[in-house]
Ligand binder design. Structure first.
Ligand code: 5GP
Ligand code: ZN
Length: 153
């Protein structure tokens, strides 16, 4: 593939946005920035969010830099670490539920471009509010989109 100098510079700046040198979570993993760590093994670290939605809002972060969930290798034990931290969180805080949020890409609200799961502890009437605005769709629209997506699977 032939690319010109301008494209080359654009591509390089795109890549450097996501390298571990500039990534805040990579800096935490390397110990260059402090964090309130709650769990660590050879592949995963978990620490509390610096701007929590409520008490105990935890982040689960692979130690290796991947941008989104799609980029994580299939065999990566991400969900088992999430479950481990969620169990400890509810045992420690006495909460009875949690929301698991993984923002993938800017359009979905991802600010830190290093894949991470938010584990947000929940209690009845805790004032934490997630809004998913649902809309009506025709059966045909739903069937058409289902068919379209399933063709890629
Ligand atoms: P995102 O929107 O990318 O899913 O969420 C990034 C999260 O990382 C935010 O909830 C934000 O508060 C948290 N965060 C950003 N910088 C730091 C930091 O330096 N330390 C900690 N502990 N959390 C951070
Ligand atoms: Zn990183």
């Amino acid at each position: 593939m032939v690319i010109n100098m301008e494209e080359c510079i654009q591509q390089k700046s795109k890549i450097s946005e996501h390298t571990s040198e500039t990534c805040i979570f990579c800096k935490i993993i390397k110990g260059e920035i402090p964090c309130a760590k709650i769990y660590e093994d050879d592949k995963i670290i978990s620490f509390l969010d610096i701007a929590p939605t409520g008490k105990g809002h935890a982040l689960v972060v692979p130690k290796e830099h991947y941008e989104t969930l799609i980029d994580l290798p299939e065999e990566f034990p991400f969900l088992s670490a999430v479950k481990k931290v969620a169990r400890a969180q509810s045992a420690a805080l006495g909460t009875d539920g949690f929301n698991l949020v993984i923002n993938n890409k800017r359009s979905a609200g991802q600010v830190v471009s290093h894949v991470h799961a938010h584990i947000i502890p929940r209690q009845a009437n805790d004032g934490v509010f997630f809004e998913l605005r649902h809309r009506k769709a025709t059966e045909k629209e739903i069937a058409d989109v289902a068919e379209k997506i399933s063709k890629f699977l």
